[in-house]
Write a protein that binds this ligand. Structure first.
Ligand code: NAG
Length: 175
């Protein structure tokens, strides 16, 4: 019975993402979680129930630490990302220089067995970062000699650890 109730609660729980915030909660009790910068593409929870984590337009992957603290910096994709220049910008998608400088994380998902966070970035391809966060390690920028164009979604198979991700266009990219 307890398991049945749990699944009902999960089914009735919805999460909406809009440009400036994550809205999280049950249907009748929505709560808005303000982000430090717009552009959350997706979100994930770590294996300890921490989060949600999301990638935002200024290049940061941020982690929600609860209502008092809000979102805190967790990881980033661009090496030597200048925090003062990048934090808060929403121009990384339209300005290639800024995009390469700051990064633009899109999809992310945890491997719950290892605690690693796998993510895709519009400029830096497929990356992974450990449970402590910081600069993510680049794993791939293309396949079969063809560079990725615009990586979007990612999911880690919990059983095998295999990482699946999508490249949404053959024509257009951020660079
Ligand atoms: C792009 O961003 C860089 C770094 O902030 C800036 O120097 C440059 O003027 C920007 N380019 C455009 C076209 O806005």
């Amino acid at each position: 019975m307890a398991g049945f109730r749990t699944s009902i609660v999960k089914l009735s729980t919805v999460v909406f993402i809009c440009s400036q915030s994550i809205i999280f909660g049950a249907l009748a009790n929505l709560e808005k979680l303000p982000l430090p910068s717009p552009g959350p593409e997706t979100f994930a929870f770590d294996g300890n129930g921490g989060g949600p984590y999301t990638g935002i337009s200024d290049g940061r992957i941020v982690k929600y630490e609860g209502p008092t603290t809000g979102f805190v910096d967790f990881a980033y994709t661009a090496p030597n990302r200048p925090k003062a220049l990048c934090d808060g910008t929403d121009k990384a998608t339209e300005n290639e220089t800024l995009g390469l400088t700051c990064g633009r994380p899109m999809g992310l998902d945890f491997n719950h067995r290892t605690g690693e966070l796998y993510l895709v970035d519009g400029f830096y391809g497929l990356l992974v970062v450990g449970p402590e966060g910081g600069l993510a390690t680049q794993l791939a920028i293309g396949a079969n000699g063809v560079p990725f164009r615009l990586l979007e979604a990612i999911d880690v198979d919990e059983q095998t650890g295999i990482v699946y991700f999508s490249d949404v266009t053959a024509l257009y990219g951020m660079k």
